[in-house]
Ligand binder design. Sequence first.
Ligand code: ATP
Ligand code: MG
Length: 145
Amino acid sequence: MEKTFSIIKPDGVRRNLIGQVLAKIEQAGLRITATKLVHMTKEQAEKFYEIHAKRPFYQELCEYMISGPVLVSVLEGPNAVAVYRDIMGATNPAQAEKGTIRAEFALSIGENTVHGSDSSENAKIEISHFFSEIEMVNSLTKISH
Ligand code: ATP
Ligand code: MG
């Protein structure tokens, strides 16, 4: 069982897409084992995206991520990182495969509706930014479909 970390970004929450995005996550066989709405401060967004600090879009990205509330979630399942990256689709929605979350919902390369961890190691770090152990429901992963 692997964990990954998901964010439904401000454009997704603003356009009432939480339900549709979570439905795609569940349809892919992933379990939502923790979730909540948060409105990040500038400092929290900058810390979360520290790895992108040198990229030209860093400030724009941080400003955008604090432009409204986001839904942060922990997802669990076999190969959760890869499974979620798969259903998210490419960063640029114009290149995202049909049926993926970004192909269906993303507005642009910046406002691309979702974030998903790119490795199991980064998932652990990202989860720890937002959730404590007590907020994650482990027993859910034992329920069979
Ligand atoms: P994420 O990390 O959000 O899951 P990703 O791994 O597909 O997306 P990254 O390269 O890690 O893409 O970029 C992080 C985020 O930065 C993107 O999701 C997007 O919102 C934003 N971003 C990436 N490239 C650009 C760009 N050229 N212009 C503006 N924003 C960008
Ligand atoms: Mg990334």
